[in-house]
Design a protein around this ligand. Structure first.
Ligand code: BES
Ligand code: MN
Ligand code: ZN
Length: 507
């Protein structure tokens, strides 16, 4: 399957490559001359040019022809104007998706022109190759581990197994750089895949303990420390936020701390905090039933933190990185917390629970205070599917960014531009704090109708104990694509690419 995708950089002639599909990338700029030349040389007619415009991700599969290529099919792949990494990435996702649909296992890509694309995009060859490999993981991703196949008409032999082998044909001058890109792309692609799988697992297949176990497994495999705190310890810590949200649940909460220290000197200490609500029913403030199932994705922040930490370890980044994952589901029931309750968080700050559906901020409050107190990190970033209001503001493709540091905000924004996981900054002005004042406790967990994603961020800000370099990323929109809202349905792994890009800049 895809985890085992072999990526091979080769300098051999295109003609000699053995694959089920050979892709020839073209930009719309070179369309006329270059494509014509290529088509003629391979013995194809020029009719296909009537339709092929080389838009990013556009793909035309050609059969027949009078050529001497060893591949079963040849395809023209559009990369747009060839000026942005975004178009390049889009092309990779498109061909990988097509390859899976056609049940093709061996794919070759002609990257002979990658130096020119490197110049026109201003990206290094290794970055382009990494994006290509990563896009291949993205496009060929399918979540089918819960399908038994018992009702399928196709025999299992006819079913697509994903891309097993990817051949990249490059000129020798850039082969080493391409190899480096392959390593990076495989690491980021596989960590994104891990995050997507976790997001897609429904509430009955993924409980708090399973998130902790996934972290422990990753730590064992890649050699970093993972500590799981169980309910007793969480009680001893006084993590009243996490415990309050867990009150209605049959499954105990976990608080997982992942810690990676590089071999040499660490350039910075970075804390990453991820919301791990395995299913958010809203609790006593029950959500409407329509689409409630999508709330299996409410642990997407946790998944991206786990994915990013694992990727950082595998990339051996020179940073001390600590991941914090508070996890529980949010259920109603006779033992559940009630609206109006007042709880005491890890920091000692008391919270009036105006709405039990504003649970993410309660568990993050504990984790943020803990991270700040125990590790004094240089940077704290939390990632959370925190508010529906953020989807209203920015839609399903872009995350909301909140930060008390202009410099940090800019760094995360740039990481978004580079990784393709876009963020847009929202305000944190003190005037919004008015909305979360409480008559009976230090703060209320809800702030009324207006500016819901901002008041949520203002709430979190109270728990970082004056830390000067904090950012909150609300991924409620881009973490999960509801049916019909985008090309892929379900978990996206959003955050892994963004965080890794950010961490690389700090390395
Ligand atoms: N997990 C939700 C936010 C969410 C909504 C994520 C839709 C992804 C898609 C969060 O816990 C929540 O319920 N937030 C409430 C806050 C409100 C009660 C103040 C919301 O957004 O409505
Ligand atoms: Mn909620
Ligand atoms: Zn939630």
């Amino acid at each position: 399957m895809i985890e085992a995708m072999k990526v091979i950089v080769t300098k051999n002639d295109l003609q000699s490559l053995s694959a089920d599909l050979l892709l020839l990338p073209f930009s719309s700029v070179e369309l006329k001359t270059e494509v014509e030349k290529a088509l003629s040389a391979m013995g194809f007619g020029l009719q296909v040019l009537k339709d092929f415009k080389a838009e990013a991700g556009e793909l035309v599969v050609l059969y027949g022809g009078g050529h001497e290529y060893s591949t079963a099919r040849i395809a023209l792949l559009g990369i747009g104007e060839g000026k942005t990494i975004e178009d390049w990435r889009k092309a990779a996702v498109a061909f990988a998706s097509k390859a899976v649909d056609l049940n093709i296992e061996k794919v070759a890509v002609d990257c002979s022109g990658i130096e020119a694309i490197s110049v026109s995009t201003g990206q290094s060859v290794s970055t382009l190759v990494a994006a290509l490999v990563e896009g291949c993981f993205t496009g060929s991703y399918r979540f089918d581990c819960l399908k038994s196949g018992k009702l399928d008409k196709k025999s299992s032999a006819d079913k697509s197994k994903g891309i097993a082998k990817l051949l990249l044909r490059v000129d020798s001058a850039v082969a080493d750089e391409a190899e480096k890109g392959v390593v990076d792309g495989k690491i980021i692609g596989s960590c994104q895949k891990m995050a997507r799988d976790m997001v897609n697992l429904p509430g009955n297949h993924l409980h708090a303990g399973d998130i902790a176990k996934a972290a422990v497994d990753s730590g064992k495999k890649y050699g970093y420390d993972v500590t799981v705190f169980h309910k007793k310890e969480i009680e001893a810590f006084g993590m009243g936020g996490l415990l309050a949200v867990n009150k209605g649940s049959h499954h105990p909460p976990t608080f997982t701390v992942l810690e990676y220290k590089p071999k040499g000197k660490a350039n910075a200490v970075i804390a990453l905090v991820g919301k791990g609500v395995t299913f958010d029913s809203g609790g006593i403030s029950l959500k409407p039933s329509e689409n409630m199932g999508e709330m299996k994705s409410d642990m997407s922040g946790a998944a991206s933190v786990l994915g990013a930490v694992e990727a950082a370890v595998r990339l051996a980044l020179p940073l001390h990185i600590i991941g914090f994952i508070p996890a529980t589901d949010n259920m109603p029931g006779s033992t559940a917390q009630q609206p109006g309750d007042v709880i005491t968080t890890y920091s000692g700050i008391t919270v009036e629970v105006g709405n039990t559906d504003a649970e993410g901020r309660l568990i993050l409050a504990d984790a943020l205070s803990y991270a700040k107190e125990k590790f004094s990190p240089d940077v704290i970033i939390d990632v959370a599917t925190l508010t529906g209001a953020c989807i209203v503001a920015l839609g399903y493709a872009v995350a909301g960014l909140f930060s008390n540091s202009d410099k940090l905000a800019d760094e995360i924004f740039q990481a978004g531009q580079q990784s393709g996981e876009k963020v847009w900054r929202m305000p944190l002005w003190d005037l919004y704090g008015e909305q979360i004042k409480s008559d009976v406790a230090d703060v209320n967990n809800t702030g009324g109708r207006g500016a819901g994603s901002v008041t949520a961020a203002k709430f979190l800000e109270k728990f970082i104990d004056g830390h000067k370099n904090w950012a909150h990323i609300d991924i409620a929109g881009p973490s999960f694509t509801p049916k019909g809202a985008g090309k892929v349905n379900g978990g996206t792994g959003f955050g892994v690419g963004l965080l890794v890009e950010f961490l690389k800049k700090w390395s």
